[in-house]
Design a protein around this ligand. Structure first.
Ligand code: NAD
Length: 479
């Protein structure tokens, strides 16, 4: 049994109460580790450690802080295999995916912000008879709370800019996927990150997460997770006038016009539907296909999806692993049942899978494609966040825009067309924070990242993140 610990004031320790939570492996359904079930007292200790560390950390030069982040990045690379195995075991995703996407991005996040802070500058506004300049000071202690779908990737996407900008951090990974955050604690100790600069507290959202949000000592909350939790966090943090950045749920449209590059749209749509078992907030779970190519695209798509091998995340030939938890497995299967009740036709998948051998009791679901659902059926409106997509035909640009924009969400969107005018008009009118034209998940870490409507508030990435984690102060000098 692996014992995961809190990292507070530079030390690894259990919850002060001694309470623990079980952490199962999704591929087998068996508990493989315990995590601290932290409460208010652990969060108080973490905030106090972060407050103690703040004066010295914020007084370092940007370059000095950048060098610590680069050292963390290098150390993750040197322990790559261990991180990859941990992420895959904890989350159920195939190991090749954890290597290609998760851990790679985690070390890149530290590299990106570790070097980025060396180039970060602020504005000046000259007048005829004077000048304004903007000081950007770190906020103090900030809270970072992340979900289970891209565990270390999203955890570090918050921690790295927060630290680079000179803040000290109290962070909580998802209780469902705590393992790589624990390895990150070890890495921080190995590179000699000063005690209290980063504190990692494990536990549940309602107890540990809520204590971080409500603590008067945390000056900002950067949160990625469900819209439901985002609302709760905003209701607590907003009246305390904390800065908040909320990256929330999505129900993203993937729109395929008849004039698209068919083969590329087809191949990429399989990835954008089912990567990470469909558990990426950016997955295109509603596929709209122009009617003249609907049948051809549908048949080719279903054929490819049927060939996706579902199985042991340790098997390099598994394209799909397990979904993250029993609770999530039950939720996704219940939505498949709901789709049938709503009149949906299951074209492939639609059921649980029980691989032979060690994974027989794991939480595997066959990639599922559904058609014939109304565009406003619940399965097309609510976030399922699993290996389930729906296909809907459309005739005109206006019609598909209306259907695409009909949900409460507005995170990302994908448009496939060879007509530049269509692409530009759609990009203007689609209600989403991110639009991909003829591609998906092509990322440049400098770009603003985030959603509109119930998909969130604020933007991450590049200067946006460094601005979020600093407070601007205008200084005006008259000549
Ligand atoms: P979740 O909201 O249940 O939990 C996310 C994190 O918040 C966890 O660490 C959890 O312990 C904590 N938490 C839960 N309730 C809390 C509360 N009241 N106060 C403080 N912390 C609390 O989400 P999840 O199930 O872990 O993740 C899946 C969701 O995340 C999906 O909705 C998905 O779309 C979303 N997501 C969004 C993005 C994005 O960039 N917009 C990226 C990844 C995932």
């Amino acid at each position: 049994m692996i014992e995961i610990k809190n990292y507070i004031g530079g030390h690894l320790q259990g919850a002060l109460s001694g309470a623990t939570l079980e952490n199962p492996e999704p591929a087998t359904g068996k508990t493989f580790s315990f995590i601290p079930d932290s409460d208010q007292s652990d969060v108080d200790a973490a905030v106090a450690a972060a407050q103690d560390a703040f004066p010295a950390w914020s007084a370092l030069s940007n370059n000095e802080r950048g060098h610590y982040l680069m050292a963390i990045s290098r150390k993750i690379v040197s322990r790559m295999d261990e991180f990859v195995e941990a992420e895959s075991r904890d989350n159920g995703k195939p190991q090749w995916l954890a290597r290609k996407v998760d851990i790679r991005r985690a070390h890149e996040n530290f590299e990106f912000f570790g070097t980025g802070i060396m180039h970060f500058a602020s504005e000046a506004h000259p007048m005829n008879d004077g000048i304004n300049y903007t000081l950007r000071k770190p906020l103090g202690v900030v809270g970072c709370i992340s979900p289970w779908n891209l565990p270390l990737y999203l955890f570090t996407w918050k921690i790295a800019p927060a630290l680079a900008a000179g803040n000290t951090v109290v962070a909580k990974p998802s209780e469902v996927t705590p393992y790589t955050a624990h390895l990150l604690s070890e890495v921080c100790m190995e590179v000699g990150l000063p005690a209290g600069v980063l504190n990692i507290v494990h536990g549940t959202g309602p107890k540990t997460g809520a204590a971080i949000v409500a603590h008067p000592g945390t000056k900002a909350i950067s949160f990625t997770g469900s819209t439901r939790a985002g609302k709760e966090i905003a209701s607590v943090a907003a009246p305390m006038f904390k800065k908040i950045s909320l990256e929330l749920g999505g129900k993203n449209p993937n729109i395929i016009f008849a004039d698209c590059d068919f083969d590329k749209a087809l191949k990429t749509s399989v990835s954008s539907s089912f990567s990470n078992q469909g558990q990426i907030c950016l997955c295109g779970s509603r596929i709209f296909i122009q009617r003249s190519i609907y049948d051809t695209f549908r048949d080719a798509f279903v054929e490819r999806v049927k060939n996706l091998k579902v199985g042991d995340p340790m098997d390099p030939y598994s394209k799909q692993g397990a979904v993250v938890s029993q609770m999530h497995y039950d939720k996704v299967l219940s939505y498949i049942e709901l789709a049938k009740q709503e009149g949906g036709k299951i074209l492939c998948g639609g059921e649980a899978i029980h691989p032979e051998g060690r994974c027989a009791d794991g939480w595997f679901i066959a990639p599922t494609v559904i058609e014939d659902l109304a565009y406003d059926a619940r399965c097309n409106m609510e976030e399922i966040f699993g290996p389930v997509v729906t296909l809907t035909p459309f005739d005109t640009e206006e019609e598909v825009l209306r259907m695409a924009n009909a949900t409460e969400y507005g995170l990302s969107s994908t448009i496939w067309t060879s007509n530049l005018n269509t692409a530009n008009r759609m990009s203007e009118d689609i209600k989403a924070g991110i639009v991909w034209i003829n591609c998906w998940l092509k990322r440049d870490l400098r770009t603003p990242f985030g959603g509109v409507k119930s998909s969130g508030v604020g933007r991450e990435g590049g200067w946006e993140a460094l601005r979020f984690f600093t407070e601007p102060k205008n200084v005006c000098i008259e000549y």
